[in-house]
Design a protein around this ligand. Structure first.
Ligand code: BTN
Length: 127
């Protein structure tokens, strides 16, 4: 019985280690992404689930183009990612939710501009 319990314990430890290793591999220490609208995003894991970076908007029809803004968000070991940018020069806050899948990251976003809400999707590709 004791041997069985210690095997279960060992298996649990291995599972834990595997999930820690997996979370470390979701994002490299620094990654550059471009979305289907030409906007650029750098992501930097900050420890735990936190992620930071910089977003520069180049999407046609939107404001605040070519200006780098800070990114704050989280990424989970399963690749689920959420990040937010406050475009202070445009009174806009955008929140993206998606999943890191290797070098691709499909996302959906919600943009709030002066109390108005707009939604869409961005597909990011790691450069
Ligand atoms: C604004 O126009 O009010 C600020 C810039 C918003 C840019 C949006 S965020 C979602 C979408 N994806 C992009 O790459 N740019 C637009």
């Amino acid at each position: 019985m004791k041997a069985f319990a210690s095997r279960i314990f060992l298996a649990a430890c291995l599972l834990l280690l595997a999930s820690v290793a997996a979370s470390a591999q979701v994002l490299p220490p620094l990654s550059l992404w471009k979305n289907d609208k030409g906007s650029l995003l750098t992501l930097v894991p900050l420890g735990g689930t936190s992620v930071g970076g910089v977003f520069t908007n180049f999407a046609r029809g939107f404001g605040c183009q070519g200006i780098p803004y800070p990114v704050a968000g989280t990424v989970l070991p399963n690749g689920a990612i959420t990040f937010q940018v406050n475009f202070t020069g445009c009174n806009t806050v955008t929140t993206w939710r998606g999943r890191v899948m290797g070098r691709r990251m499909p996302t959906r976003w919600i943009l709030i501009y002066n109390g108005r809400r707009m939604t869409g999707a961005d597909l990011f590709t790691m450069q």
